[in-house]
Design a protein around this ligand. Structure first.
Ligand SMILES: NC(=O)c1ccc[n+]([C@@H]2O[C@H](COP(=O)([O-])OP(=O)(O)OC[C@H]3O[C@@H](n4cnc5c(N)ncnc54)[C@H](OP(=O)(O)O)[C@@H]3O)[C@@H](O)[C@H]2O)c1
Length: 279
């Protein structure tokens, strides 16, 4: 979708670190934005900020674990800002833990927010986009989808699901006026879930690198404009390793082990009391 001015968007996870910045970036392009999340105070502050940028902005609070209410979330967003041109499935949860220390309810809650909610929201928004002859859906995945780190199993699994989802939708709707993109950020400094880890004194090694909320938000805008299938936005030159993973996964696994992610996520799991006593 080359021209964004005057379009409408729903951004999920807009009360969080990256979502707020994506909503601001869309508003700066002249897009009317419906912002969603559970924390209504944060959404209300953001709405004031977005309106000051000269666009229509409305909060549509909601809990993505309530899968039965997701059709209604799209309907509320459309009632608030108009039929949706853009859907940014940004909301996500991470629960860093030894795999066997996650109880079944935690596992399914993560699958619901990270994967089932994007499926359901997209399913509800897509027919209208196709009827109107324009639209774009962005899925915010993660580098963890490409190189699954230790202590992040359900996160990596759900984020990898978003890549398969994007590929399949692009194949099915090739030639249709609606596009789909998946954005895979590395560690994002400044705000959001990784920033909160750094505030606990846990930081990625230099080889893993850090990107910023502004760079990832700019990537989201670029993906919409150019209908990019998949974009990795990382603070490290990671593409050679990702290419290696396609042709020699065993070798790539040994290289990735040198990035220090296992030690970092193990420390976080320990901090959270989420490792096996003898693990
Ligand atoms: N930060 C990073 O380093 C990084 C790296 C790669 C990928 N990502 C991805 O980028 C996206 C944004 O991450 P972030 O760092 O901005 O995380 P964040 O600060 O933790 O924000 C997460 C957002 O998701 C929303 N959310 C979580 N559970 C929800 C639920 N049940 N219902 C509705 N909304 C819910 C939160 O809103 P409420 O709490 O208000 O509900 C919040 O707005 C995520 O998909 C994440 O996986 C982040």
């Amino acid at each position: 979708m080359k021209h964004l001015h005057g379009r409408t968007a729903l951004v999920t996870g807009a009360s969080g670190g990256l979502g707020r910045v994506v909503a601001r970036a869309l508003a700066r392009e002249g897009v009317a934005v419906a912002v969603s999340g559970r924390r209504e105070d944060r959404l209300a502050e953001l709405v004031v900020e977005l309106r000051a940028l000269g666009v229509r902005a409305e909060a549509v609070p909601g809990d993505l674990n309530r899968l039965d209410l997701l059709d209604a979330l799209i309907e509320r967003a459309e009632a608030a800002v108009g039929p949706l041109d853009v859907l940014v499935n940004n909301a996500g949860v991470e629960n860093v833990s030894a795999f066997t220390r996650l109880d079944p309810a935690e596992l399914t809650a993560m699958v619901d927010v990270n994967l089932t909610a994007p499926l359901l929201l997209t399913r509800r928004a897509l027919p209208g986009m196709l009827d109107r002859g324009r639209g774009h859906v962005v899925f915010v995945s993660s580098l963890a989808a490409k190189i699954g780190p230790a202590y992040c199993a359900p996160y990596a699994a759900t984020k990898a699901g978003l890549i398969g989802l994007t590929q399949s939708l692009r194949a099915e709707y090739a030639g249709a006026p609606v596009g789909f993109s998946v954005v895979c950020p590395g560690f994002i400094a400044g705000d959001g879930m990784y920033q909160r880890m750094t505030e606990r004194g846990i930081r990625a090694g230099r080889m893993a690198g850090e990107t910023s909320t502004d760079k990832v938000a700019a990537t989201v805008i670029r993906a919409i404009r150019r209908d990019l299938p998949e974009v990795v936005e990382s603070g490290a030159p990671i593409r050679p390793l990702l290419a290696l993973a396609q042709i020699a996964p065993g070798l790539a696994e040994r290289v990735a082990a040198r990035f220090g992610a296992t030690a970092m996520f193990r420390r976080l799991s320990e901090d959270r009391g989420r490792v096996e006593p003898d693990g």
